[in-house]
Design a protein around this ligand. Sequence first.
Ligand code: FAD
Length: 430
Amino acid sequence: MLILGAGLAGLAAAHRLGSGFRIVEKDARPGGFCQTEQRDGFWFDRTGHWLHLRDPALRSLVRDLLGDNLVELHRSARIFQNGRFTPYPYQVNTHELPPEVAADCVLGFIDAQLGPGGAALRAREPVTFGDFIRRHLGEGFARHFMFPYNEKLWTVHPDELLAAWCGRFVPRPTLEDVVRGALGIVNEAGYNQTFWYPREGGIEALPRAFLPRLGGPLDLAVAPVSIDWRGKTARLSDGRVLPYRALISTIPLPDLVRLCEGAPEEVREAAGKLSATVVTYVNVAARGTAPAYHWVYFPEGRFPFYRVGSASAVYPALAPSGTRSFYVEFSHRGELSPRLAETQAIDGLLACGLLRSPDDLLFAFAREIHGAYVLYDREYPAAKKAILDFLAAAGIESCGRYGSWEYGGMEDAILGGRAAAERVLARVGR
Ligand SMILES: Cc1cc2nc3c(=O)[nH]c(=O)nc-3n(C[C@H](O)[C@H](O)[C@H](O)COP(=O)(O)OP(=O)(O)OC[C@H]3O[C@@H](n4cnc5c(N)ncnc54)[C@H](O)[C@@H]3O)c2cc1C
């Protein structure tokens, strides 16, 4: 059995298979998006990588893998707007906003739920993400937070995206939640209030924990150059041709299609229609104590980034004592030069007060993630279906965040890898 990619999905698939497989990973190091970089005593993940574990079986697996090397943490997230930090989620915390903004949000919510303005949207399921926001949150929340923030994150207006992706990720408050939130009655909501993180080793400790338990080889710094899906062989960059009984791929879906020799033209065209944003993040190291906030959302256009997190605020061991760290995240589709991102990150940190003085800065450096957030646009459903139908007929299992071409977390990647392995075991046995 052949597994492409040694991120969490590939490693979880291998772990579930137990033996009889080979993993081929193009990078010199396993972990995929769960790699941790160290510099001068600071630990930087590829932006915040906090483990949200909903599935009890997965919690047990992660506990089994990491043992004592796991800490439980409680979210402290904020939104920066109108010159102040207000609690997240926005929808149930309007009491700290300027009164006219809070009134807009609450009245818009009531209209969406009960009033004449929301009647048309209530009559049908929302198709676009924009309609989902108007329907479930109302015009005020849309205008003041959801539209500007999401346009920065996704690089397109929510009206250009489908509603299908967001059910699990966008908290939908009740009228009671919104009213209590407007009156300042503490009200926690959302999917990620509690999360976990390795005590040592950064998030990379999680993929690394799989390694001693793998019952098969992991080839690093080698990639497939073509896949003969009819003959069930993969040609690798080092010249080898590997026959396989079953293929599990966790590499990005469009890349997999490009590798498949003789894939039908309509499938190749479909692969060309899938798109994703690029995230540039700037890691910043500074003197001083950590800010209290784990991460902060920035909806206002004067800040070019959408979010700033502080790994050292979440877990102080990620920075030397007396210092703190930030990751500043920009989403884009065209070019963003690393130098410009670094300058804008530092200017923004100073403007909002997370960094008190330029003299506190120790260093900053930018990194880029290609294909960070897949776009659930109008092309998405038909294009993805055409590809998955072809792969099913070719007997290829594609899983993981980019193998499934979806918005999901580490938990989803592990679950996806395990499920793919189970399907393979059911189909071809060990
Ligand atoms: C900015 C950002 C922030 C995130 N924050 C969180 C968070 O806080 N919490 C959370 O749970 N999740 C978070 N995630 C999601 C999480 O990173 C992913 O869900 C998970 O790491 C995906 O694992 P994977 O194995 O599916 O994919 P990947 O990690 O991408 O692994 C795929 C592997 O395949 C390899 N590969 C690619 N092409 C080839 C090829 N041609 N041949 C061989 N190998 C190849 C890659 O090098 C990689 O190692 C975040 C993601 C991003 C982008």
